[in-house]
Design a protein around this ligand. Structure first.
Ligand code: ADP
Length: 541
């Protein structure tokens, strides 16, 4: 129709152009492998991205080609986040913690043409090199230029950048072009690819940055501890550029001590990561106190943030916790749990009850819950149903797979596989993943809620609950419990007593096993698949 808005493509290069015009002097800081800080600006980023994109085109990268990255969070990885899509190709972030057979499967499935490998990760990648069929060039960085490797056709990153000038016209000419590719980490099955378009990533960056979402501002200093290979670091790098926020990248330094130091020294205001990272940081700070009250939003997602940990951060360290939920298939952000005006009069304890929830959908994400027959359920805060979602940054199909009824409904909603309740005011609470629920005597037990209750015990560091077969009840919960280093001789009877006024009596596990650590997935979630197979092999209890 005449007179409507001009056609304007929502492509990622527009975000970088914006940052270069509006915030050229804002800073990007990286903690390098040798422990020194690398600092530069959005203007520097912009120049090097243009060179890199031009060099990629000269190397033969065509529109739509997949280009892999195998790297920690750092400025080079950030450059790749823009240069690869800017060259018209697809930035495929490879999870460095996958098993070798999963990694080679993913590279071959995506048919990556070029792969960028960070020096410290070279030995990890070399293990799969013989299995890879598609890659024509490897590009190494953060490694000396005389590095010996088994990889074929190797180039060095800085040489590649120097080979091209900045005079480059973006090849991302259409917002429907693919720009990013992430595979799920395979917590509950084989890794599956989620392919993002320029348009979906652009809208996600604005959506995630909204004031009622993560609320990224120009005055923020943002530390994505969440890896860039875990759902695009939750979109933060793009949301930062859109807002002109400073970025701090931790590189390979993900242990609590360097993180605490980085947060304090760089005056980080928003830090994002999975609960296990923040559990570790909290215990580090108890032993070696530092002032991290500069953080105004500790963003936590990927798995449920234990209520007790939120309370500890807020009441002891003065750090506001922002619980969030999402999925690789959702780019990933779906909900955040900021308190709303109706919560103003609540007590602190009541506020922490709310903050244990995953929160309300951000604008751009639609949600509904359904029962086992697919009937929509009311939002009454009690009835549990499967959560289904749709929106502009939610996939409608997995990469190179048919649309399956297991993942998509006939009317176009994505089935998350999460079982949740929705409160009348739109706050979602995850009860479980469908595959993790315990079905005891025809009723469901939420392992997430049970874990939360156990982890509220001051001498418990972590607890994971799985279903085990039971002759009478069909299934019963088993809790694997890790005690804090300074815990006294805590017994399962003590935990049972502790749980008695917190969960229904029939929820309390008869079997509690004390372990040294809970196995974790490649993105730091409790690995219940491993726990279940250990139980089946008789190694637990
Ligand atoms: P994978 O599917 O391989 O685990 P994702 O990181 O995409 O990789 O996982 C998304 C899932 O993680 C969600 O469906 C949900 O089950 C879980 N999840 C994410 N955030 C939270 C949260 N805040 N609380 C509880 N579960 C969460």
């Amino acid at each position: 129709m005449n007179g409507l808005m001009m056609e304007y493509h929502l492509t990622l290069d527009r975000i970088l152009e914006h940052a270069n015009h509006i915030s050229p002097h804002k800073r990007i800081t990286t903690l390098q492998p040798d422990g020194t800080l690398h600092r530069y600006t959005y203007a520097d980023l912009y120049r090097r991205v243009k060179q890199l994109a031009k060099a990629l085109v000269a190397l033969g990268v065509q529109p739509g080609d997949r280009v892999g990255t195998f790297a920690w969070n750092n400025y080079q990885h950030l450059e790749l986040y823009y240069a690869i899509p800017g060259a018209g190709a697809v930035c495929h972030t490879l999870n460095i913690r996958l098993f070798p057979e999963q990694l080679s499967y993913i590279v071959n499935h995506a048919a990556d043409k070029v792969v960028f490998v960070e020096g410290s990760l070279l030995p990890l990648y070399e293990r799969v090199a013989d299995q890879i069929t598609s890659v024509q060039h490897y590009i190494l960085f953060n490694t000396p230029s005389d590095t010996q490797t088994r990889l074929p056709n190797v180039l060095f990153y800085e040489d590649l950048i120097e080979s091209a000038d900045e005079d480059f016209a973006w090849r991302s000419t259409d917002e429907q072009m693919a720009a990013g590719l992430c595979y799920t980490s395979g917590t509950t099955g084989e890794p599956k690819g989620a392919l993002y378009s320029h348009r979906s990533m652009y809208l996600h960056a604005l959506g995630a940055g909204q004031a009622n979402a993560l609320g990224v501002r120009e005055t923020d200093v943002v530390l994505p501890v969440v890896p860039q290979f875990h759902a695009m670091a939750w979109g933060l790098p793009y949301a930062c550029a859109a807002s002109g926020a400073d970025i701090v990248m931790p590189g390979l330094h993900l242990k609590p001590e360097p993180l605490a130091q980085l947060i304090e020294a760089e005056r980080v205001t928003i830090a994002a990561g999975v609960p296990t990272i923040w559990t570790g940081l909290y215990h580090e700070l108890k032993n070696n106190p530092r002032d991290i009250s500069c953080i105004r939003a500790l963003v936590v997602g990927g798995s449920a943030m234990p209520r007790a940990l939120t309370k500890a951060y807020e009441s002891e360290l003065g750090v506001n916790v922002l619980h969030a939920w999402g999925m690789t298939e959702m780019s990933p952000l779906g909900t955040v749990c900021n308190l709303s005006s109706q919560h103003a009069g609540l007590s602190d304890e009541q506020k922490w009850d709310i903050k244990a929830k995953q929160g309300y959908p951000i604008c751009g994400v639609e949600m509904r819950i359904v029962d086992e027959l697919g009937q929509e359920l009311p939002w009454d805060g009690r009835q549990m149903g499967e959560l289904q979602v749709r929106g502009p940054w939610i996939i409608r199909q997995y990469f190179k797979r048919d649309i399956s009824a297991e993942s998509f409904t006939p009317d176009g909603w994505f089935r998350t596989g999460d079982v949740v309740t929705m409160s009348p005011d739109g706050y979602m609470q995850i009860m479980d993943r469908t595959k993790d629920l315990v079905k005891s005597g025809g009723e469901w037990i939420s392992t997430v809620e049970l874990e939360n209750a156990i982890m509220a015990h001051p001498q418990v560091l972590e607890a994971a609950v799985i279903a085990i077969p039971d002759a009478k009840w069909q299934e019963r919960p088993l809790a694997a419990v890790v005690l804090t280093p300074d815990a006294q001789a805590l017994t399962s009877a003590d935990i049972t007593t502790f749980l008695e006024d917190k969960v229904a009596r029939w929820w309390i596990p008869e079997t509690m096993i004390f372990v040294d650590e809970i196995p974790k997935t490649s993105v730091g979630k409790f690995d219940k698949k491993v726990l279940r197979s250990r139980y089946a092999e008789g190694q637990l209890g």
